[in-house]
Write a new protein. Structure first.
Length: 361
């Protein structure tokens, strides 16, 4: 069983490497959940997981998503997996879905076009790596040992039967949000949720603690992803009034914004206070969004740069980041990544040294 799991992770990491080299930010083993009211409590119910998720944006902030299902072994029903993958693709709203198996039979390949899916076996996977010239890519994206080292830094380790203290409960909440809730909650809500969650633990994160640095980088990735989703909406409105369109987006649209403004107006009248709908850091988000929209050739690739900086500069302790594509560094992406990190620290209260490796570039 352990050997099969290792083979599965090998396929996942190789496919992640292929997608990354095609411009995708690639979380793996993403669990999809839903939340239901069970006996007056909100309970998370696991639906399924995505072996590999690829997300990227173009210069017009159009988003693209790919999901990959990676399996090994002889007792796998390829047909069942294909119909399952078709459902996951539709549920998640992915543009493409790949079924990766060590040995895909011809009859399996024959039905994939009708399902709108793609398949890769061991031979075609190796050929693709060769044709893309990524076998010796500088980032160890397909290295199982390096992946396990990073994975061991994730989550808090609490002995069974031990009661969590207040700080541990806060950390557990953040890990749960990043691992599960983030992928379920409507994307427009996630921007403020990420900020709120990391503000709650800003005083607890220590730049000398490797687990804390990984947690901060993961938060920065989610912050960047949420900002890119917002940028997609702003750009779709013509980008002539960034603050207006950005504000409309984060409150769920024009009608929802109007309802919230009316509610806060009534609350001020009733309580004789000066409670405002907008958080105090809204201007910082306006400025950051404006820089992103004005620099799409850098903004589109910030997610990959955050992932690469963590792996190459933080995890492997290198001083300089090599170009992600060909021989030319995307300086605009690095500058915007630095802006993102600075803004994230400013509005959450995080220690800037958590992103020392970004600021040093």
């Amino acid at each position: 069983m352990i050997e099969l799991l290792n083979q599965d992770i090998n396929l996942k990491l190789r496919f992640r490497k292929i997608l990354f080299c095609q411009g995708y930010w690639c979380p793996i083993e993403v669990e999809l959940s839903q939340y239901d009211n069970v006996e007056s409590m909100i309970k998370r119910i696991s639906l399924t997981d995505l072996d590999v998720l690829g997300i990227k944006y173009d210069y017009l902030f159009n988003g693209f998503r790919i999901v990959g299902d990676c399996k090994t072994g002889k007792n796998i029903s390829d047909i069942s997996r294909l119909f399952w993958l078709k459902g996951v693709k539709d549920y998640f709203g992915a543009d493409e879905a790949y079924y990766i198996h060590s040995n895909v039979k011809n009859h399996t390949k024959n039905i994939t076009p009708k399902l709108g899916l793609r398949v890769l076996d061991e031979k075609s996977l190796s050929e693709l790596e060769k044709n893309l010239n990524i076998i010796h890519y500088f980032l160890p994206l397909s290295d199982i040992s390096e992946y396990e080292k990073v994975s061991n830094q994730w989550n808090i380790k609490i002995p069974r039967g031990t009661k969590l203290n207040e700080n541990q409960l806060l950390f557990k909440k953040i890990y749960t949000y990043l691992s599960y809730s983030y992928w379920y909650i409507e994307q427009y809500r996630n921007l403020l949720n990420v900020i709120e969650n990391f503000s709650s633990i800003s005083s607890l994160l220590d730049p000398r603690n490797d687990k804390h640095v990984l947690l901060a980088f993961t938060g920065l990735e989610r912050f960047a992803h949420s900002m890119l989703e917002a940028a997609s909406y702003v750009f779709s409105q013509g980008s002539d009034n960034v603050p207006r369109d950005f504000r409309t987006y984060i409150y769920g649209g024009p009608l929802s914004l109007r309802e919230k403004e009316t509610f806060f107006k009534l609350m001020r009248e009733l309580t004789k206070t000066n409670e405002q709908l907008d958080p105090p850091f809204i201007v910082d988000l306006y400025e950051l969004m404006g820089r992103m929209v004005r620099n799409p050739m850098g903004a589109f690739d910030i997610l990959r740069h955050i992932q690469a900086i963590y792996l190459w500069c933080v995890h492997l302790r290198n001083d300089k980041l090599l170009p992600l594509d060909n021989d030319q560094q995307n300086t605009a992406a690095i500058v915007l990544t630095r802006d993102l990190a600075k803004t994230f620290c400013k509005i959450t209260g995080l220690n800037a040294d958590l992103f020392r490796s970004i600021n040093a570039l």
